[in-house]
Ligand binder design. Structure first.
Ligand code: GLN
Length: 477
């Protein structure tokens, strides 16, 4: 059945000439010759008649699309368990565990060696989270860097196309080495215009090459440890792994400093207001008339209201419906001021937190005064640790190792949203971030623990510092 692809759906023989890079494409990104279902019944069998720019760009650079990768419905989820077709599970002995989401199929495809590169989308962590849970590398670029034309939107102001691989090398080679990051796409209104790219490039001169092994050093760089990320719920093994990486940084000549990102605690709530609000607007077009698989039983019904309702009732899964309801509510006139507007303010604070700690300035920074007078609940502590000047931030990607799928199924939606606590801040600020595998301690007598001997370590960089972020991640991975 079309659209059923637990991890990846192969099409034809894979070119094994040592040249072609096998590319798996998340099923919300269009690739010619494949359907694009977003793992939703409402788009079952849907064919987008053009190819996503990012797929075209990678094909032009020697990639062969081997298949579409399964995901959470419309990218809404953290464990790839909200698909209308088939849930994804982890691999390599970890089949009982979550593979992370929403780009779980992409992570599994590279982990199993079905593809060297996989495209995913990262709105609030959907590339980094599956990377952390499968022991692969997941990179979310600066917002606006890679084209989203041909990518089905979830939340436009947050959506990015991300890339997964077993190691950092192929990702750095594709994006920086082959100059993908320089290409503006006129078809995508959120693609950074060429003149802004040039300005960003000028500000990053000397930091924009990809020469792993040559300039791959962290000597003299400062890494911030955000103290707010050391939450109570953090698995002690993940905390230990984090400390070990920090020690490694110091051994390699880097400096570790504590930093405070005070708005972190509000970031998750802000994300879960903004993302569903944008999603509710994006998904309104699936009504069975112009877009979306029509509910056949009602097809002859002349009253459009019933057709819309039935189409949406049977077409969307429960998590998608929950987001639509949530988003429609927070955008309604009685809730707008208390939720949506507040969330946008928190978003500005999150961005300001990051801008304050990074040595490099944000090339997109505007100098608009920002009225925070009604943000009584947000304690914004200016320079809690002095003017922390860091090159990168170092923190875990997820608070725990991958959970058991049976536990995930019992979780409340809120429990599941909690998993995204470390990934959403960089998304709200549009910053580049990468998850690379890190070792965590295991009790050798505990067979279960021996399998789960890795976690995800996240590095976050200033806007458009993607090249340096990738080089540093390559050193630390
Ligand atoms: N888990 C988050 C959500 O459900 C992030 C998803 C994503 O990045 N696409 O919204």
């Amino acid at each position: 059945m079309e659209g059923r692809h637990p991890s990846i759906q192969n099409q034809g023989p894979i070119e094994e000439n040592g040249q072609a890079i096998r590319l798996a494409v998340k099923d919300n990104i269009s690739a010619l010759g494949f359907s694009t279902t977003c793992a939703s019944n409402i788009l079952a069998g849907n064919n987008i008649p053009f190819e996503a720019t990012i797929v075209r760009q990678l094909r032009q650079r020697g990639s062969t699309v081997t298949g579409k990768a399964g995901m959470d419905e419309f990218g809404m989820g953290t464990h790839s368990t909200t698909s209308a077709f088939e849930n994804i599970h982890n691999v390599c002995g970890l089949e009982k565990y979550s593979a992370g989401g929403s780009s779980g199929g992409s992570a599994v495809a590279v982990r199993k060696g079905e593809a060297e590169l996989a495209l995913g989308t990262d709105t609030g962590g959907s590339v980094r989270m599956p990377a952390a849970y499968t022991g692969t590398v997941g990179f979310k670029p600066s917002y606006g860097m890679l084209s989203r034309w041909g990518v089905v939107p979830y939340a436009n102001s947050l959506d990015t196309v991300g890339i997964l691989s077993r190691t950092v090398g192929p990702i750095g080679a594709a994006i920086i080495g082959q100059n993908l990051y320089l290409e503006h796409d006129p078809n995508d209104p959120t693609s950074l215009p060429s003149h802004v790219r040039q300005r960003c490039a000028a500000e990053r001169r000397g930091y924009d090459s990809w020469n792993p092994g040559q300039n791959g050093t962290i000597q003299g760089l400062t890494f911030g440890i955000p103290i707010e990320y050391n939450i109570e719920e953090l698995d002690p093994r993940i905390r230990q792994g984090w400390l070990t990486v920090a020690q490694k940084v110091e051994e390699l000549g880097g400096r570790i400093v504590p930093v405070s990102l005070t708005s972190t605690k509000n970031a998750l709530s802000a994300y879960y207001v903004i993302a569903p609000a944008e999603a509710s607007s994006n998904l309104a077009k699936y009504d069975g008339i112009r877009y979306g698989q029509r509910n056949r039983e009602q097809a002859s019904d002349s009253f459009e209201g019933i057709l819309y309702g039935k189409t949406r009732e049977t077409g969307f899964g429960s998590e998608v419906k929950r987001r639509i309801l949530l988003g429609s509510y927070t955008l309604s006139s009685e809730a707008m001021d208390n939720y949506f507007i507040q969330a946008q303010k928190v978003r500005r604070l999150v961005r300001r937190d990051f801008d304050r700690v990074f040595k490099l300035s944000n090339p997109l920074e505007d100098q608009q005064p920002f009225d925070l007078s009604d943000m009584e609940d947000t304690v914004y502590l200016e320079n809690k640790f002095g003017p922390a000047q860091v090159d990168f931030l170092l923190c875990p990607t997820a608070p725990t190792t991958p959970p058991l799928l049976e536990d995930v199924m019992r979780q409340t939606p809120l429990d599941s949203y909690m998993n995204d606590v470390f990934t959403v801040p960089a998304s709200l600020a549009g910053l580049p971030a990468i998850s690379v595998p890190m070792d965590i301690p295991v009790d050798p007598s505990d067979e279960e623990q021996k399998l789960l001997s890795f976690g995800g370590m996240q590095l976050i960089g200033q806007y458009w510092d993607d090249a340096r972020l990738l080089s540093v991640a390559d050193v630390l991975a």
